[in-house]
Write a protein that binds this ligand. Structure first.
Ligand SMILES: [Zn+2]
Length: 99
């Protein structure tokens, strides 16, 4: 990504259209695996504390690549859950010792 200072200096000399393009680049969301621009597969709105939040789900345009990414994310999620379980087990064990 472009360094923030550099981008600000450039933006001053650009007309509105160029800035819009830059904004789009800033929110670009390339695939973590292959670097292709991710596509929005679903958007949904949600009201949270009186303000509208727009969620969007993105996916790699390459179906096989997205499947690999999903598998990786699922693995990380399971690892996180396991770590939480370990912490809870330790807390439980400590609690028993006190009794
Ligand atoms: Zn990909």
């Amino acid at each position: 990504m472009i360094v923030g200072d550099h981008l600000e200096v450039e933006a001053k000399d650009k007309d509105e259209e160029d800035i819009n393009i830059m904004m789009q680049l800033m929110v670009s969301n390339p695939c973590v695996r292959c670097g292709k621009e991710r596509i929005t597969v679903r958007t949904y709105n949600e009201m949270v504390a009186g303000s509208l939040i727009i969620h969007s789900e993105t996916s790699c345009p390459d179906f096989e690549c997205q499947a690999v990414v999903n598998k990786k994310l699922e693995k990380e999620r399971l690892q996180r859950e396991r770590m939480v379980n370990v912490v809870q087990l330790r807390q439980n064990a400590r609690g028993k010792k006190k009794e």
